[in-house]
Design a protein around this ligand. Structure first.
Ligand code: SF4
Length: 435
């Protein structure tokens, strides 16, 4: 009997079986269902249509509702979406609803979930957002689902899922100071393409992965979907458990799951991180890879540091190290992913100055915690590309129109590369500032 991957083991346990094979369909019991303001109203509509107007969600403690996308806008339809969530959370007595305009408001769902203790090793987390795979960094099966599936999960607490076969990516070596997890994942997507892992689990392993902090591991798993991956996953270690134990909502017990030594992988790709260079994804696809050294000097109009991939405190610390005492040459927007990260901008210091002081002194503008311009949004969204300009961004997608104007050009890069480029006004190599 061959061994199982950790993705297969988690799905087997949650379907009451001793094993599942790749491509096998099983009913999977769900630990957490997350939805937000963009897909929540549609999900609720499906739930009410099929389970009835007076139906109750399967477990009020397991449905987590996090408005985060179109929050700070005058757009009536966007505001209405949040009202729908508000009404539903009240009717259903949802325990974890992070409402806008209250002390519970958080910001970007994929960062709010772990911060608020909803991610645990060995669990199944489904969310109505493609970057739900971020939570795989905690050693769990986490994936994005559509409103129809989510409406069903809301009522039934389970979903019919096909177990994905796994591709294993092994990183060796300690990351040089000029590289971040964003460089690693852009290198992977550049190698395998945006369809290179379609309906596959992307398992990340190796001493290079375990040398990363939890936020950087989240960045790796976040972009699994940009290669078509069903989920990204990293087995939990002590770093993971220390983070989870401090925050675990309801102090729920959990089980660390690892791939068996004899587990079968479709293929394995090995990287020596010490040999990589800073990577960028050119418009208009995350797999349109170039090394920064190849596109250095490309003129830019804007820099954007934020989102679930690039709006965590690790991202801002890296950017602030480069920007301290310097001035940006182009419009630069800084958007903390969550309110906790926003507080970190004041608490975290570099060279005796807070990150917020460093960014403001450099001439950057700082927005409120939310998705902001990562997904374009209404025209009054902070940092939105309303004209056909060129922007370098720590976000995770650069399809036409993604950040606003359909003719705008978006280059994806690490916070270090974006910060260096903001200071230069052109695509710049952070290695020149780090010497
Ligand atoms: S920050 Fe961007 S990628 Fe992340 S959840 Fe929000 S819109 Fe999606």
């Amino acid at each position: 009997m061959p061994g199982m991957t950790m993705t297969e083991k988690i799905l087997a346990k949650h379907s009451g079986k001793s094993r599942v094979s790749p491509d096998e369909n099983v009913w999977v019991n769900v630990d957490v269902l997350m939805t937000h303001d963009v897909c929540g109203p549609g999900t609720i509509g499906v739930f009410e249509q099929h389970f009835g107007k007076d139906a109750r969600v399967w477990d009020r403690d397991k449905v987590v509702i996090i408005p985060d996308h179109y929050i700070f806008t005058k757009d009536a339809m966007a505001n209405r979406n949040v009202d729908v969530l508000r009404q539903f959370a009240k009717e259903q007595n949802i325990k974890y609803f992070y409402d806008v305009g209250t002390e519970h408001y958080k910001g970007v769902c994929h960062i709010a979930l772990p911060e608020e203790g909803h991610t645990r090793p060995g669990e199944v987390l489904l969310g109505t957002d493609s970057h739900t795979c971020t939570a795989g960094a905690f050693g769990e099966f986490a994936t994005g689902i559509g409103n129809t599936d989510a409406g069903f999960v809301m009522g039934a607490g389970k979903l019919w899922l096909k177990a994905p076969p796994t591709i294993r990516f092994v990183f060796h070596g300690n990351l040089p100071p000029y590289l971040m997890a964003k460089d690693l994942i852009l290198a992977v997507i550049g190698d395998i393409g945006v369809d290179g892992a379609t309906y596959r689990a992307m398992e990340f392993d190796g001493d290079g992965v375990y040398a990363l902090n939890i936020e950087e591991r989240m960045t790796l798993c976040n972009m699994a979907i940009e290669a078509g991956g069903k989920n990204g996953i990293i087995a939990a270690d002590q770093v993971t458990c220390d983070y989870v134990n401090k925050r675990n909502a309801g102090q729920k017990p959990y089980t660390v799951v690892k791939s068996d030594p004899g587990a079968k992988f479709i293929f394995e790709k090995v990287y020596d991180v010490t040999k990589l260079e800073p990577v960028i994804a050119k418009p208009h696809s995350p797999d349109n890879r170039a090394f920064v050294s190849e596109v250095k000097g490309t003129k830019l109009d804007r820099a954007y540091i934020g989102s679930c991939t690039g709006g965590k405190i690790t991202d801002f610390r890296a950017a602030a190290e480069l920007m301290n005492g310097k001035s940006v040459k182009i419009d630069t927007f800084v958007v903390p992913a969550t309110t906790e990260v926003a507080r970190g901008l004041d608490a975290e210091k570099v060279g005796g100055k807070s990150l917020r002081e460093i960014f403001l002194n450099a001439g950057a503008k700082i927005g409120d915690a939310s998705c902001a311009a990562c997904l374009g949004g209404p025209s009054d969204t902070f940092g939105r590309l309303n004209t056909p300009i060129s922007c370098i961004s720590t976000t995770n997608r650069n399809f036409p129109g993604r950040m606003g104007h359909k003719e705008a050009k978006v280059f994806l890069a690490s916070p270090l590369t974006v910060a260096a480029s903001a200071l230069a006004g052109t695509i710049a190599d952070c290695r020149e500032l780090l010497v």
